[in-house]
Design a protein around this ligand. Sequence first.
Ligand SMILES: *[C@@H]1O[C@H](CO)[C@@H](O)[C@H](O)[C@H]1NC(C)=O
Ligand SMILES: *[C@@H]1O[C@H](CO)[C@@H](O)[C@H](O)[C@H]1NC(C)=O
Ligand SMILES: *[C@@H]1O[C@H](CO)[C@@H](O)[C@H](O)[C@H]1NC(C)=O
Ligand SMILES: *[C@@H]1O[C@H](CO)[C@@H](O)[C@H](O)[C@H]1NC(C)=O
Length: 325
Amino acid sequence: MQRINVKKAILLGVIFLGIGYIGFHALDKGNALSDDQNVDVHDLNKFVRRANDASVKDINMNINKVLANQSEGFEKALLQKYGPIQFSSVHQVSTLLTSQEEARQRECIKNGPRDRGQNGSKFWGAAEHIRRTHHGYLAREDAVLIEVGGNQGNDASEFVRLYNPRYIVLEPLEQYAEILRNKFQNNSRVTVINLGLGAKNEVLFVKIEGNNACATSKFSGMGGETPLYISNATEFMMKLGVGVFEVDLLTLNCEGCEYEALETLLSTSLVRHFRNIQWATHSEIPGIPDPVGRYCRIQELLSRTHRPTYQYRLIWESWRRRNLA
Ligand SMILES: *[C@@H]1O[C@H](CO)[C@@H](O)[C@H](O)[C@H]1NC(C)=O
Ligand SMILES: *[C@@H]1O[C@H](CO)[C@@H](O)[C@H](O)[C@H]1NC(C)=O
Ligand SMILES: *[C@@H]1O[C@H](CO)[C@@H](O)[C@H](O)[C@H]1NC(C)=O
Ligand SMILES: *[C@@H]1O[C@H](CO)[C@@H](O)[C@H](O)[C@H]1NC(C)=O
């Protein structure tokens, strides 16, 4: 075991260097982002070092290799489309709420349980397919979809059938990542990555729960034997190259990871590179701190740049960047 870990750690370093190179290019080419916090090679080196830390050294090799491999083609396409790479920045944005935003947050918290009840009873069954059928803009050759929480690919199959976008599916359970890889082995537009997203890079051990493991969560299933590999959402997106290109849809259905992933993305200017953001709100999973309060805060932070296009509050919703029709 120890020997494998060392081998893995070395491989990981090499692969992350490769991806880091791409991430380097990932930084925005200046469309309306200021340069007050340039990300330079030192940050990436720091990241590569962190990736070799004991806590994250097991982050799955093969998947990263596939990511690096696929990103290479991606990178060529980007180069073609955007020209030579330039350095720019992803900068922190303030996540303090104004007093107006705070007032709305309080209102949202007060109405939360009622909204969840009423919207939930409308969504499940009758309306739930909206999360797949709402995204006609994905039917473009160059559309990019990132899904967090692929499970066994029920939504993914529908997205592929309806739109066949350039599709990156993240699934933290190796067993399910394998199912997804098999399912989409003949579709070169689909890339499966054995990773979850959250606030920081970490490996957690959980119990598999729910029908088809669909309820396996960092929050309810701690203390099991199955590793979940979680990446800092911002770092992952930067490594992927978000910022040079835009993501048409980020969709999250990851048993509570939505909070940390969204909060992380909302804390930098990277959030502006997602044209649409859709997520499931798992506000009733035990162990998530203050889910309704955080949901309501995310509403306020996200409305600075995006607006809802459909919304079943505290259930499922999708938002579009304000400058888009
Ligand atoms: C990388 O891409 C090449 C060409 O598309 C393919 O033949 C190879 O199997 C890929 N490697 C991995 C690890 O996916
Ligand atoms: C959600 O519930 C609220 C009332 O709690 C209602 O006003 C709103 O229309 C519902 N949303 C949808 C999409 O049905
Ligand atoms: C992929 O293509 C191969 C060769 O045509 C076929 O045997 C296999 O069943 C396909 N797999 C899937 C999951 O469609
Ligand atoms: C996540 O990554 C970003 C970008 O590197 C960094 O600024 C932030 O501090 C990281 N968050 C945590 C909790 O490590």
